[in-house]
Design a protein around this ligand. Structure first.
Ligand code: ATP
Ligand code: MG
Length: 633
């Protein structure tokens, strides 16, 4: 089918379109109504229908593909591989669900899962889904303050954690962080369930509160836990956003709409069907992990690969080695991870047999042209930029090779995904902008299935934070974009990432693209810094490629960066200073923390650093600021 017809149908006749898509999943009870939009902008999909995410992800496949691989946990941190067929996964999930029930967890109860990217975490998630408990996965390795904030927001009955995470060979015990978080929290759970991987030196179980999973699993290994059927709009999980722009929001997801949206995306966008293999390098702590490490591939009857480890350990060929071993068809990663590979030898990209690999999807932040060109050429595969948010749960702008592949345009994720009525709105007037004009990317409600139902326990924040920006009730993505004559959408960055230089409004993304086009640059962050004369001036923080044998002069490279921007974008955009650093401050999900950079550059307090990944990156920036710029003044 033509993409254009498919998309048009989804907008003109949403109920007909989604009624058709809903057939892709199992319903215990068929929906009575496809859409209830009587209380905009809240909406309910598949009203009265009863289903279950765990049943659709696991039980449903037992007859036809019980012996097919469902899940692979590949770890270069513990040098281990765990492979589970659908039947084995079913057994583990039932055991976990029985343990949850034995601890008094039931329908509607929240369970915080604070675990590394392992198959055990998936068992815990699916077990919650099975019994109607609401999971809230907190990225393993977030500090105790982050964990405590999320606990107090979600108020869980139970917390499930591992004894430890491990990153770059360094063991990070989780239990002390959990203990600290529980001491801080106002609403700690009754019990802590610890999955012992044998990594931490001790567990220090608190009697009466903490339990070890292993012995309980033994007791419940042959349990058969009935599926709890849920009305389509009941909550399935809560997931907090990355917190790039401020305090994380608890995105609340439904059951039926999410399952249907994922099913549609698996064949039409990712071109993965039952029996095929998908490998997402995300972490279960993020939305990509939820949708495309856990629920999406399993609902589709595919095999999902979880990788625990750095992309460069034991060497930069590890991803491709995994692709060869399992015959991966579709891979999903992030621009930031590809930039890590880009600092290494491109020969790693062709060392393994990648004949089964068709696509690499990249999402999470702007995909700059030098990076996408490098990986496209190096791999010789189709690389597709993917734009979406924790809030949406699945892609908003993408190309759809499983349906009708359109040409890739570097710099653009492509076209609106079916279900999304996208518009670009002038911030001041609220009118639609013209071709190639910049506007705020908005979704005309009702939001399609899969998108958030609300912000957990906070309908006001849902309304004000997303729908309160324009006269018309529109969902604001808080991202800038343009659209060309063929409908391709180009994401320009966040609405708060615009800087104002002597009255000119410049997007930081454009300047970053320009700086990154210098062959010596690995990654660049551009921020607006207060200036008494011009209002703001662009300032660059850049990391350089350290290629073997290269003998670069940092000052020279920095001066060339300034010239590149002036040549490409004009003199107004010419950054006033360039700082060369070894690392840029990022969130734990790999996004640039521009707000902290800006604060430091303006000698302000860097603010909430709880989402910062590596504190030494901030030290780097402090030192660079003290030392003075490599170019500019
Ligand atoms: P918070 O909302 O708490 O500040 P966050 O926006 O970083 O955190 P996510 O939901 O993980 O949390 O990220 C979604 C955002 O990431 C998008 O709104 C957009 O700014 C950016 N993004 C995602 N994919 C792309 C892409 N392909 N191109 C450009 N930007 C992207
Ligand atoms: Mg956001």
């Amino acid at each position: 089918m033509r993409y254009e017809d498919f998309h048009r149908q989804s907008i003109e006749d949403p109920e007909g379109f989604w009624a058709e898509q809903a057939k892709a999943i199992h319903w215990h009870k068929a929906p009575e109504r496809i859409l209830d939009y009587s209380r905009p902008p809240f909406r309910k999909w598949f009203v009265g229908g009863e289903t279950n995410l765990c049943f659709n992800a696991v039980d449903r496949h037992l007859d036809e593909r019980g012996d097919q691989l469902a899940l692979v946990g590949y770890s270069t941190e513990t040098n281990s591989v765990r492979e589970l067929t659908y039947r084995e996964l079913h057994r583990e999930v039932n055991a976990f669900a029985a343990v949850l029930q034995s601890l008094g967890v039931g329908k509607g109860d929240r369970v915080v899962i604070y675990m590394p990217h392992t198959v055990d975490a998936v068992f815990a998630m699916l077990a919650c889904a099975r019994i109607g408990a609401i999971h809230s996965v907190v990225f393993g390795g977030f500090a105790s303050l982050n964990l405590a904030l999320r606990i107090d927001d979600a108020r869980p009955t139970l917390l499930v954690c591992a004894d430890a995470g491990i990153r770059g060979g360094k063991v990070l015990p989780f239990k002390p962080l959990v203990d600290e978080a529980l001491a801080r929290a106002q609403f700690p759970p009754r019990h802590v369930l610890v999955v012992n991987r044998g990594l931490a030196p001790s567990l220090d179980l608190v009697p009466g509160r903490d339990l070890e999973y292993g012995p309980l699993r033994e007791q419940h290994l042959d349990a058969d836990v009935p599926v709890t059927w849920l009305e389509s709009n009941e909550p399935s999980y809560i997931l907090y956003t990355s917190g790039t722009t401020g305090k994380p929001k608890g995105v609340q997801r439904d059951v039926g709409g999410y399952a249907v949206a994922l099913a549609l995306s698996m064949w039409s966008i990712y071109d993965v069907r039952a029996g095929q293999v998908m490998f997402s390098t995300s972490d279960i702590g993020w939305v990509v992990g939820h949708s495309y490490n856990v629920y999406g591939p399993l609902i589709a009857g595919a095999t999902s690969i979880l990788y625990e480890g750095l992309p460069t350990t034991p060497d930069a060929g590890i991803w491709w080695k995994i692709c060869e071993r399992y015959g991966v068809r579709t891979m999903f990663s992030s621009p930031t991870a590809v930039r890590v590979l880009k600092k290494q030898d491109a020969a790693y990209l062709t060392r393994y047999d990648l004949s089964k690999l068709q696509y690499l999807f990249l999402a999470g932040e702007p995909l700059d042209e030098p990076t996408v060109e490098w990986i496209t050429q190096g791999l010789g595969k189709t690389v597709i930029d993917n734009y979406w948010q924790t809030e949406t749960g699945w892609p908003v702008v993408s190309l759809m090779p499983g349906l009708d592949m359109k040409p890739v345009k570097f710099g653009s994720p492509g076209l609106p995904v079916p279900g999304y009525d996208l518009r670009l709105i002038n911030e001041a007037t609220g009118e639609d902008v013209g071709v190639d004009e910049k506007g705020v990317l908005v979704i005309r409600p009702p939001l399609p299935p899969g998108c958030l139902s609300t912000v957990w326990n906070n309908d006001e924040r849902f309304l004000a934070g997303y729908f309160g920006h324009f006269r018309e009730q529109l969902y604001s993505s808080l991202d800038w974009a343009t659209r060309d004559a063929e409908g391709y959408t180009f994401i320009l960055g966040r609405t708060d990432d615009v800087i104002n230089v002597a009255g000119h409004r410049l997007g930081t993304r454009e300047i970053e693209e320009s700086v990154s086009s210098h062959p010596g640059v690995a990654e660049a962050a551009v921020i607006g810094v207060h200036d008494a004369v011009k209002g703001q001036v662009p300032v660059v923080f850049a990391t350089l490629k350290r290629l073997p044998g290269a003998d670069e002069d940092e000052h020279e490279t920095a001066r060339e960066m300034l010239q590149t921007v002036a040549d490409q974008l004009g003199a107004v955009a010419r950054p006033s200073r360039v700082y060369v650093v070894n690392a840029l401050p990022k969130t734990r999900s790999g996004k640039l923390l521009r707000r902290s950079l800006q604060a430091l550059a303006e000698q302000r307090d860097p603010g909430d650093l709880s989402t910062l990944d590596d504190p030494s990156a901030l030290e780097e920036v402090r030192r660079a600021l003290e030392r003075g710029p490599e170019a500019g003044s």
